[in-house]
Design a protein around this ligand. Structure first.
Ligand code: PNW
Length: 541
């Protein structure tokens, strides 16, 4: 530890004279150091290797280890606005949001939180609640532009400079950046001109993504030690290419490039291969010198069996494999879960031996996003199961929520706090789990629809949700031995909630979209009071 820590030094290499931190670490300890230089933590652990030795916990009054990473997240299209600034070109979300009837109230991300202009004051906002870790995404359409003559994306210098400035502002404020390369905003030209994610085995897309990743690793890797390739591939594959509620908004049998119910698996396959291509570049060209960590943020609304019957237990397991195993299993064994192959047969694409090899061990840390839990029962032989999209229809099961689980603003979100602990155990517990390395909860949060800053300032439900869910994360760490190293609440700011527009508010800060004023909600005050390591104060809420 000490050896690694002494290699941490400030390095002034900014064009603008802003000091930039340089970390020179062996990568297995990098995450621990991101979490606060590991003071007082008596364990070493290795990302991507066998799960940790016992973790020293409880050193802080909130019951978490001092090095636990507490962060908040956002994403580019949801907060940046400035869609025409810095030479940014349209993404599929610009087109989708501007199509009548696709988003609540016709809302678009044109202005959003105007973060493209207000980022410096937003960094100050982060400081106001003592935030030390911030997760955000880069917009591919800002960082690169489509060059029609060369039929490929090329670097867009003004856009790249925007992220230089944001990273410098964060580092100057002592905030560690966690950067996601792709949070759903595919450049429109790649969708239209290059066949996007929906064209089977689309190798040019994998190569474009790897080139984009390499550009970011090369330009920002001296300042960014934590990268996620994709955020929630499940959500944009299923909701974008099967349900049709998110960009590009196609449904099997409807207009658009999804001819049938196989499209969603075609998309998933391309995304996994694009991730593998980016990981290969990072492993080969950047990680040896930059010593950062690579991840992917997978979401899972965890399924529990409705009854103890064997059929329902199998249905819940099937649901979890279709939701999370779809992405996680290829990262572990290089292939899809057996139950998906069993249910989908040849509809599920296949990996070559080389592709399997490049997927395996392509992440160092597992990112998990979680909001809600489902109760699942098997469809009986004469029943079809849920049919709300082709992906769910493939599983032959019915899913529901527990009676009395509190309902968030979004119809899909109900609170059942033990669900996050059960998910962490299923994915990364001591025994029977899939992943045996470090985990970060990269999203968890509660959507409210409080009207007005004054009401939002006292949103009790949101604070309760965060308190209850983080307590379950603590139990997963302490009782179940899940090596969960950090938690990122969603979200720093109210923002453009995709097809729900501005009607749902997940922020710890309320945003008045007329004035762009930000007001702390009760959860922001709770965060500041309880999420820092204090040895004396009670972490009561
Ligand atoms: C995530 N579901 O989306 C995204 O990563 C965020 O961009 C988004 O703002 C946040 O969660 C809140 O929605 C999800 O239906 C969308 O279960 C839908 C579901 C889960 C996550």
């Amino acid at each position: 530890m000490r050896d690694a820590a002494t290699r941490y030094h400030l390095h002034n290499d900014g064009e603008d004279g802003v000091p930039r931190r340089r970390l020179h670490l062996r990568w297995p300890v990098a995450l621990l150091l991101l979490g606060g230089v590991g003071v007082g933590v008596g364990v070493r652990y290795s990302a991507g290797q066998a799960a940790a030795a016992p973790t020293q916990v409880g050193a802080c009054s909130n019951g978490f280890p001092p090095a636990f990473i507490w962060g908040l997240g956002t994403s580019a299209y949801q907060i940046e606005g400035g869609v025409n600034l810095t030479g940014r070109q349209p993404s599929i979300w610009d087109g989708f949001a501007h199509t009548p009837g696709k988003t609540s109230n016709g809302d678009t991300g044109d202005v959003a939180c105007d973060h493209a202009r207000l980022f410096r004051s937003d960094v100050e906002l982060m400081r106001s609640i003592g935030l030390r870790h911030y997760r955000f995404s880069l917009s591919w359409s800002r960082a690169m532009s489509w060059n029609a003559a060369r039929r490929r994306m090329v670097p867009n210098e003004p856009g790249l400079r925007f992220y230089d400035a944001l990273l410098d502002a964060l580092l100057a404020a002592g905030i560690t950046p966690y950067v996601t390369l792709y949070h759903w905003d595919l450049p429109q030209a790649l969708h239209t001109e290059l066949g996007g994610w929906h064209t089977p085995y689309n190798a040019p897309m994998h190569a474009e993504f790897a080139r984009y990743a390499a550009l970011c690793f090369g330009r920002y890797g001296g300042r960014v030690r934590f990268w996620a390739t994709f955020n929630e591939p499940w959500t944009f594959a299923v909701e974008g290419y099967s349900l049709g509620q998110k960009a590009p908004g196609c449904v099997p049998t409807g207009p658009g490039p999804c001819p049938d119910g196989d499209a969603v698996y075609v998309v998933g396959h391309n995304v996994l291969l694009a991730h593998a291509a980016a990981a290969e570049v990072y492993r080969r060209e950047y990680q040896p010198s930059q010593r950062g960590l690579l991840s992917m943020s997978l979401n899972c609304e965890f399924s529990l069996p409705l009854t103890p019957s064997r059929e329902d237990a199998a249905a819940a397991e099937r649901a979890n494999e279709f939701y999370l195993g779809w992405w996680l299993q290829p990262l572990l064994s290089g292939d899809y879960p057996a139950v998906m192959r069993q249910y989908l047969g040849a509809r599920l694409p296949t990996f070559s031996r080389a592709q399997s090899a490049s997927l395996q061990a392509s992440i160092d840390v597992l990112g998990l996003n979680h909001y809600s839990t489902h109760l699942v029962r098997a469809a009986r032989p004469h029943e079809l199961g849920d049919q709300w999209c082709s992906w769910i229809a493939d599983q032959r099961l019915y899913s529901s929520y527990g009676a009395g689980w509190p309902q968030a603003a979004s119809a899909w979100e109900r609170a059942y706090p033990p669900g996050i602990r059960l998910l962490l155990r299923w994915a990364a517990g001591r025994s029977g789990a899939r992943w045996h390395g470090d985990v970060l909860v990269t999203e968890n949060g509660w959507g409210c629809n409080s009207v007005g800053a004054a009401a939002a300032a006292h949103d009790v439900q949101q604070q309760e949700y965060l308190a209850n869910y983080t307590e379950q994360v603590r139990l997963a760490l302490v009782e179940d031995g899940v090596p969960v190293r950090g938690y990122f609440g969603w979200s720093l700011l109210d923002n453009f909630e995709w097809n729900d527009g501005y009607s749902k508010r997940f922020g710890l800060f309320y945003v008045d979209y007329e004035t762009q004023a930000r007001t702390p909600k009760q959860a922001a005050r709770w965060w500041n009071r309880t999420r820092h390591c204090s040895e004396k104060r009670e972490a009561g809420v």
